[in-house]
Ligand binder design. Structure first.
Ligand code: AMP
Length: 196
């Protein structure tokens, strides 16, 4: 059982057009607060990022923002965070997010969200960390991505055991429960001697 004290949430700096996604994002912020799990995220008060943080803080949760200096004005920082870490650049931001978090959840978002999800899952595939990575598939937003991952397995570009690194659910509590019980497969192809 993983003791998740902090979870990094990757999600859109935009709010999107689906109210179910906004509601679910706020629910995640609330659940993190209720479970006493610190929110680690990009530090913005805009978009889905802001929705999660505002809900978490509004329910007496703890939220830590990590943002590179050059993005501070563009993403419009949330001024009421428990801690705001300013990094030199995007690379340092992601490294810090990884170091400070016991797990990762991806909500709907754009290019930035996808980049963050795939970098963190690649680090797991390489054995650089063994933390649970979840994707909240609200209203089927990630159906096509999940189908793509299965296609990658079917066509031999992705090992089934690496595909299994991504935990998915449509329900916040159920996703968090799965992440708590996630057991990493330490026999990943990247860790086997014949591949080194
Ligand atoms: P988006 O999903 O594009 O709205 O972006 C969500 C978050 O990802 C924001 O905090 C962005 O700063 C961040 N982001 C955008 N582009 C990148 C990138 N190339 N690498 C890492 N993070 C990014």
């Amino acid at each position: 059982m993983n003791n998740l004290k902090s979870i990094c949430v990757f999600c859109g700096s935009s709010e999107g057009t689906d109210s179910a996604i906004i509601i679910e994002s706020e629910l995640l912020g609330t659940k993190l607060a209720e479970r006493d799990i610190t929110l680690i995220y990009g530090g913005s008060k805009m978009g889905i990022m802001g929705r999660v943080a505002i809900a978490c803080l509004g329910n007496k949760g703890k939220a830590v923002g990590i943002i590179p200096g050059f993005l501070k004005t563009k993403e419009i920082v949330h001024e009421g965070l428990d801690e705001l870490v300013t990094t030199e650049n995007m690379h340092e931001r992601k490294l810090k997010m990884q170091e400070m978090s016991d797990g990762f959840i991806t909500l709907p978002g754009g290019f930035g969200t996808f980049e963050e999800l795939f970098e963190i899952i690649t680090w797991s595939q390489l054995g650089l960390h063994h933390k649970p990575i979840g994707i909240l598939n609200t209203n089927g937003f990630y159906d096509h991505l999940i189908a793509m991952l299965d296609e990658m397995v079917n066509r031999g570009f992705l090992k089934a055991e690496n595909r299994a690194l991504l935990i998915e659910d449509t329900d916040v509590d159920s996703l968090l429960n799965k992440m708590e019980h996630f057991v990493p497969d330490l026999t990943s192809k990247w860790l086997k001697p014949e591949n080194t």
